[in-house]
Design a protein around this ligand. Structure first.
Ligand SMILES: [Zn+2]
Length: 78
């Protein structure tokens, strides 16, 4: 195998890797956009769900950890 052939093969392999990465990341982004919910399981036990983004926050938090919206726990439990 001469040097030119090796460079061509390496370039093809690199392009395939980049293409696969872009395809995987793109598909993951589309899935996140289509389903409004997180792809990860979210436990809300012992937590306060944010009214704005719906994610769980500790009951001791004053504002949402994810979007900064004030949490209602002080009004309900205070
Ligand atoms: Zn939030």
């Amino acid at each position: 195998m001469d040097q030119g052939t090796a460079i061509v093969l390496i370039t093809i392999a690199a392009l395939l890797g980049i293409t696969a990465t872009v395809a995987i990341v793109g598909r993951r982004d589309r899935e996140v956009e289509e389903g409004a919910e997180s792809p990860f399981a979210v436990s809300s036990e012992g937590m306060t769900a944010c009214r704005h983004c719906g994610r769980g926050n500790l009951v001791t938090d004053d504002v949402c950890l994810y979007c900064g919206t004030p949490l209602p726990n002080h009004e309900e439990f205070g």
